[in-house]
Design a protein around this ligand. Sequence first.
Ligand SMILES: [Mg+2]
Length: 216
Amino acid sequence: MFDLDGTLIHGSSAAVEISRQLGLDEEIHALELAFAAGGMTPPDFASRACALWSELTEEHVDAAFAGAPWLTGIGEVWEAIRERGDHCAVISLSPDFFVGRLLLAAPPSPGGRSGRGADATHGSRWPAVPFREPLDPDGILSAAAKVRIADELCAKFGVSRSDCVAYGDSMSDAELFGAVPLSVAVNADRHLEGLASLDYRGSDLREAYGLVGTGR
Ligand SMILES: [Mg+2]
């Protein structure tokens, strides 16, 4: 189970990459700082971002997806996971219109093929792009929802929590890291210090996956 922002996307997030396409780098930076300082819930953040992205089109989302600083080797790792008979999923608080693209194909890898997408993706439920409907705060996921979604995915794929490996980078992954036996902190911040089984810093998912080993 892979987190998106800061994990598969190295040092950035879907929100930042989308905002960049709209020339709203400073605005999203200010919003992320306010969120990080506390006092703003994920639905608050989403409704402010939604207002900021009023001009967003599918073309912007395509460009944000294609241009994001993805870790290299994501498609290859997902293939390796499938070859073991296992499944790979992306669980993110970011908008489903971005996260869902990972179901269709793995992100572009420099010089490599992108490969098949994940077996499942979960993001926050946003209105379709371009936005004609209001954002429903109830559709915005919280960190606690990650564990609930992980349990739903376990049921769907016929496995248990004890079969799972979680990859994440920040506070929103802490609860999930506590719920599974094996966790990989990927370029993680201080909130995951001491919480992960393994720690990886770098830009290649194949290396992080290699730490987990094949002996399970
Ligand atoms: Mg993250």
